[in-house]
Design a protein around this ligand. Structure first.
Ligand SMILES: Cc1ncc(COP(=O)(O)O)c(C=O)c1O
Length: 247
């Protein structure tokens, strides 16, 4: 497959750059890793592209359960169910090790997708799927998400407050949803040094350039997931991160 990259701006992916590609993969609810939502006009533009070109849109809703300061955004898939394949996962809501996720596939693609999945891995574990279905049916999944949303929101707010105190020249972005934030670094701090400084304090964070197609062109920033440390370790992890970034 040939892969073309879309540029990004404050409204998300530049879907006006789509041309003769067969498919486009987007994260409309929360761009990964920069964290902005795809603007309504861009969603419409992407759907118009798919309708006129026959291309497939893949809507990767990898952390859609976790929205904090805004009403839930509707799925782009609802605008054009025949053009958009919607993908969700239990990786953020339950655990990445479960390897459970779901696809809502346009009818014309369904048989091919099922066949490709069968050839890829002979189907996902049935008992795991039944256990998840039971959790959803019982209302337990919804209760779990609501509880986690509060926990993660509190962590996110603590991250922002701690950085404002200890490293006020670090700008935090991409906060409206998900389990990670983008920490834009001031000129005094090189990304590579920030990653190394965090690593020396026992924290695994990644630089934005690790995700970039053209690393030299990216802003200097860290991608920091705040869901990982267990509750008892979060205060220490936050203090160490601040120490690594403090002036
Ligand atoms: C952009 C993006 N898509 C999808 C996923 C989920 O992947 P998986 O369901 O394979 O764990 C992630 C996980 O971090 C992600 O960052």
């Amino acid at each position: 497959l040939r892969i073309d990259d879309l540029d990004l701006d404050g409204s998300g992916a530049r879907v006006d750059e789509l041309a003769d590609q067969g498919a486009a993969v987007l994260t409309p609810a929360h761009q990964f890793p920069l964290g902005m939502a795809l603007a309504a006009q861009r969603r419409n533009q992407a759907v118009a592209w798919a309708r006129s070109s026959g291309g497939l849109l893949v809507e990767d809703d990898y952390d859609g359960e976790f929205r904090y300061d805004r009403a839930a955004l509707g799925a782009m898939q609802a605008l054009a169910p025949d053009q958009v394949a919607f993908a969700g996962t239990a990786s953020k809501s339950l655990a990445p090790g479960l390897r459970l996720s779901w696809l809502v596939v346009p009818p014309a693609w369904l048989d091919d997708v099922v066949e490709a999945k069968r050839l890829a891995d002979r189907f996902t574990g049935v008992f795991d799927q039944l256990a998840l279905a039971d959790l959803i049916d019982s209302g337990g999944y919804d209760r779990h998400i609501r509880r986690c949303r509060l926990v993660y929101r509190r962590r996110r707010d603590r991250l922002v407050a701690a950085l404002a105190r200890r490293a006020p020249d670090v700008t935090v972005a991409g906060l409206a949803a998900g389990l990670h934030a983008l920490l834009e670094l001031p000129a005094r701090l090189l990304e590579v040094d920030a990653v190394r400084g965090a690593g020396a304090r026992g924290l695994a964070v990644e630089g934005l350039s690790a995700y970039a197609v053209a690393p030299s062109e990216t802003r200097s920033a860290l991608v920091v997931g705040y869901a990982t440390p267990p509750e008892h370790a979060f205060t220490t992890a936050l203090a160490r991160l601040c120490a690594a970034l403090a002036a």
